[in-house]
Ligand binder design. Structure first.
Ligand SMILES: [Zn+2]
Ligand SMILES: [Zn+2]
Length: 389
């Protein structure tokens, strides 16, 4: 089959690789009908995620048609159309039973690699390095789905791919980001990053009762989409100081909750941004925590920070004093896809939300490299690229 393989920073190639096979009785094989580049794929593309190996197939946000099931698969059959959680969960361990799917004890065969770094291992993720299980990703014609009864969620055939595809990752991630904020009616929520996850976080915050939502970004078309999609109020951090603007817009109190939908490659401004870029370049710091720092200072006293942008290693110069003395609650993590996706499918079915609005481009799988460049540099007003195998 055709697949997009990683060969180093900014080096992805379309290659012919062996078709996936059923390896365990609970596996299914899926024909991928649509997949998409996620912001966190950019961290791999840019070489910031350790333990990638040349030839690894990338991609973790996808949907398709079941073509084969293992002997222990109960809920799925050949021909089913499904969307698949980017997070792999066994459905039986302590954490999966608590609906904390990305903390699964059994889905990461390379847990030993994580333990020295994280203390305990987390779940596997499709196409997301050997640290996260070394699973083949979705930028391919076919993919193997482990624990398929839990990860693959059936979707109605009449809804087009582009409305369902973001439910694999971007939408549940944004939804969880808002859910973590425990939003009360009338509250204000500030979201850093108006990319796809940020858009879904803003929309979800609104659905959960937020009265005002602020979108912080520097790309004009992403701020425009935030206004249309989530009725958010735009703050362009290249034009104004985001912290000062938020203080003013909230009557001097600060937003009740702040969501980080950016993560480890944040563009810091001024001296502090330079410091992080320099340290990251020589690997003295793996992640650039600019958004985290700003949120800790900008959030109101007693507020909540919800971190959905991916961090992978170490950060520096975090204003812990601000977070501690202001009594902030900090919640974070890879998304609990299997917990949220069924609910989101129902919302799309009822026509309450149209996730397709985040897609600006569609390309054949052969042009994945162009897709990455376009997405990374926000060329041609690119917000999200759908790839067709
Ligand atoms: Zn993702
Ligand atoms: Zn589990």
């Amino acid at each position: 089959m055709k697949a997009v393989c990683w060969h180093g920073a900014s080096d992805v190639r379309v290659e012919t690789v062996p078709d996936p096979k059923i390896l365990n009785p609970r596996d299914a094989i899926l024909k991928v009908t649509a997949t998409t580049i996620c912001g966190s794929d950019l961290h791999i593309y840019d070489g910031y995620i350790p333990s990638m190996q040349a030839g690894d197939i990338m991609g973790h946000e996808f949907m398709g048609e079941v073509v084969e099931v293992g002997s222990a698969v109960r809920k799925l059959k050949r021909g089913d159309r499904v969307v698949v959680s980017s997070i792999i969960g066994c459905g039986q361990c302590h954490f999966c039973s608590q609906q904390q799917w990305s903390l699964c004890d059994n889905s990461n065969p390379n847990g030993w690699m994580q333990e020295p770094l994280f203390g305990y291992s987390t779940s596997g993720i499709f196409g997301y390095s050997h640290l996260f299980g070394g699973y083949a990703g979705s930028f391919a014609e076919y993919i193997r789905i482990p624990f398929a009864d839990h990860g693959a969620i059936r979707v109605p055939s009449e809804i087009p791919d582009e409305k369902i595809l973001p439910l694999s990752d971007a939408f549940p991630t944004g939804y969880m980001g808002a859910d973590f904020c425990n939003i009360q009616p009338g509250q204000t929520v500030a979201v850093w990053g108006a990319g796809p996850v940020g858009q879904f976080a803003m929309l979800s915050a609104r659905m959960m009762g937020a009265e005002r939502v602020f979108a912080i970004d520097r790309v004009p078309e992403r701020l425009v989409l935030a206004q249309e999609f989530a009725k958010a109020e735009p703050i362009n951090y290249e034009e104004v100081d985001a912290g000062e603007a938020l203080k003013e817009l909230t009557g001097g109190r600060g937003p009740d909750a702040c969501i980080d939908a950016v993560g480890l490659e944040a563009h810091g401004m001024g001296l502090e941004g330079f410091y992080d870029r320099a340290k990251q370049a020589v690997r003295l710091e793996t992640d650039r925590p600019h958004v985290l720092r700003q949120m800790m200072v900008a959030c109101r006293k007693g507020g909540t920070l919800s971190v959905m942008g991916v961090y992978s290693g170490f950060i520096d110069k975090v204003p812990m004093g601000a977070a501690f003395n202001k009594g902030l609650t900090i919640r974070m993590g890879q998304m609990y896809g299997q917990k949220y996706i069924p609910k989101l499918v129902e919302m799309v079915e009822r026509g309450e939300v149209d996730p397709a609005q985040v897609f600006t481009h569609q390309l054949p799988l052969e042009q994945t490299k162009q897709g990455f460049e376009m997405f990374k540099h926000k060329q041609d007003k690119c917000i999200k690229v759908l790839l067709k195998p």
